[in-house]
Write a protein that binds this ligand. Structure first.
Ligand SMILES: Nc1ncnc2c1ncn2[C@@H]1O[C@H](COP(=O)(O)OP(=O)(O)O)[C@@H](O)[C@H]1O
Ligand SMILES: O=P(O)(O)O[C@H]1O[C@H](CO)[C@@H](O[C@H]2O[C@H](CO)[C@@H](O)[C@H](O)[C@H]2O)[C@H](O)[C@H]1O
Length: 499
């Protein structure tokens, strides 16, 4: 059956339709400002006919920054009902030679299956190269469907075999996710999924495709211009896995639902959180141990360097800079800035040489999966808002520990922040519970990490606190730009951390 969606935008210009559609996508990282210019950097036909599949790189200018986004564009004369939610518009663009409904083809199994074939056959189409990991085969008989849930990219699950992450906002160079997963798999690390293939854009394409902005060079152009740009990563799909965020939220929900004993407030200590059903602490401890093991393998694969005090001070300077920028953009952060700066300054004043190594870089509960055999770490991409050089730069491993500690804070306060305006007494009671849950799981995670050989977070309390504040500031910007309705979550936990 085919339908015409009730009210799809219609136009003669693909670019115009895209400019209206892009800001509504979860993965669009520029929601805090208008698009000043949008052009199609590269367009590659991957499959002709009806439906047709085109690969597009969009160059999106906002103020003086040009970002590059990847889109699989489907074109059909008639639109099946199940694709109506992902329609971009109806197009009669004679210049581009496209007539029909255009839509996000990541949601069209008929058009994503060819990606597996192209990787299995290691084909090159225009500037796109499809790769198969050495020593692996790729099945081509599977349909892909996007995963639901919070994601900065779009991942397709093919049967029960593969997950293919299509990077949405592109960075120049080889993706750290691909680089790190290949290196850790080679060392036999059991905490990462194996890589089956990937898709890349030929070197130099992004840098030249990136439209120079009016005020300066494109942010997309960079020192990695002579490397291919990773567009997608095909990995083993861990069928029995549940992500840490879902497990943690279930535990928090159970804890919030425990009946209260009248007249005993404040009775909610970290120990009480352990007595509740669905306690997460044993898992948090195992997660700490898995984290330390991955850090050990990362150090072995990429090496360790001693960061001199000057570098530590430069990093603290960058933390202050981020705080300046985010405070300017998000006024709710300003009351906490003095307490945050005080901790940053203490790290700078006490700066000593520190061992730096490759780390995860954006470590949180959504990046870890609990399988039958233990914890698996995902997405070594680093923070989406950082430059490619920053994402690959060695760092102190406790930066990841701080990332996960923040995530326990997020999980503890997510439901609370979502409750909206509760009567003050009920809000206070839930805040106590949130604190108890976070404390218990933070402590268990740190204990597991130190017991498995990681640097003991308790011995580096100021450094960990500075990393936590830096991450919280990053999160406030991330939420303002990507998910404004989530902003109360990091703000609420910052109120406690900096209070
Ligand atoms: N190998 C895998 N097996 C099963 N599920 C996975 C796998 N890789 C990722 N996922 C699921 O996809 C989600 C998003 O993956 P992730 O790599 O973190 O993408 P993003 O960078 O877009 O956030 C994860 O939280 C997890 O639930
Ligand atoms: O997973 P990504 O690499 O896309 O990371 C980005 O998005 C994350 C959210 O999807 C964001 O994480 C923040 O929200 C999480 C809950 O959704 C929480 O567990 C994290 O602690 C919190 O930082 C991440 O910061 C961002 O870079």
């Amino acid at each position: 059956m085919t339908v015409a969606p009730s009210d799809p935008p219609t136009g003669t210009s693909l670019v115009r339709l895209l400019a209206g559609w892009l800001p509504q996508q979860r993965w669009f990282g520029g929601k805090d400002g208008p698009i000043h210019d949008l052009t199609i950097g590269t367009a590659t036909e991957l499959r002709p006919g009806d439906p047709a599949l085109h690969h597009l790189v969009l160059d999106v200018r906002q103020d003086d920054t040009t970002d590059h986004y990847q889109l699989l564009l489907g074109v059909r004369r008639d639109l099946p009902e199940h694709l109506a939610p992902v329609v971009i518009g109806r197009l009669e663009d004679l210049e581009q030679g496209i007539t029909g409904y255009v839509y996000d083809a990541a949601h069209d199994a008929e058009l994503t299956r060819p990606l597996l074939e192209l990787m299995a056959e290691e084909r090159t189409v225009g500037p796109l190269a499809f790769r198969r990991a050495p020593g692996t085969g790729i099945r081509t008989d599977l349909d892909g469907a996007p995963i639901q849930g919070e994601q900065s990219n779009t991942s397709l699950i093919f049967g029960d075999a593969y997950i293919c992450k299509l990077f949405r906002r592109l960075s120049p160079g080889v993706s750290p996710d691909l680089e790190v997963n290949l290196a850790l798999s080679r060392r036999g690390c059991e905490h990462v999924p194996s890589v089956h293939g990937w898709i890349e854009l030929e070197p130099g394409t992004l840098a030249t495709a990136g439209r120079p902005s009016a005020n300066g060079p494109s942010s997309g152009a960079g020192s990695s211009g002579d490397e291919p740009v990773t567009l997608a990563l095909l990995s083993e799909f861990l069928l029995t896995a549940t992500d840490g965020w879902q497990l943690a939220l279930t535990s928090v929900r159970d804890w919030f639902a425990q009946p209260t004993t009248p007249g005993t407030a404040p009775a909610f200590t970290a120990e009480d959180a352990g007595a509740a059903g669905g306690d997460f602490a044993a898992e948090a401890e195992r997660l700490g141990a898995a984290t330390a093991e991955v850090h050990r393998d990362l150090a072995a694969a990429f090496g360790v360097t001693q960061a001199p005090p000057e570098l530590v001070r430069r990093i603290v300077f960058a933390m202050h800079e981020q705080l300046d920028q985010v405070s300017a953009a998000v006024p709710q952060l300003r009351p906490y800035a003095p307490a945050i700066r005080e901790v940053f300054d203490r790290v700078a004043a006490e700066a000593a040489p520190l061992p730096f190594q490759r780390v995860h870089g954006d470590y949180h509960l959504g990046q870890v999966l609990r399988t039958d055999s233990g914890w698996t770490l995902l997405d070594f991409e680093g923070e989406p808002a950082r430059t490619p050089a920053e994402r690959r730069a060695p760092a102190h491993p406790l930066r990841d520990v701080a990332g996960m500690l923040r995530s326990f804070e997020y999980a503890a306060r997510f439901l609370l922040a979502r409750e909206g305006d509760l009567p003050p007494q009920a809000a206070d009671a839930l805040e106590l519970r949130a604190q108890a849950w976070a404390e218990r799981n933070r402590a268990a995670f740190c204990a597991g990490y130190a017991a498995a050989g990681g640097p003991d977070p308790a011995a580096y309390a100021t450094l960990v606190r500075a990393f936590e504040f830096d991450k919280a500031v990053y999160e406030i910007r991330y939420e303002a730009r990507n998910r404004p309705s989530w902003l109360p979550v990091p703000l609420r936990s910052l109120a406690r951390l900096a209070g």
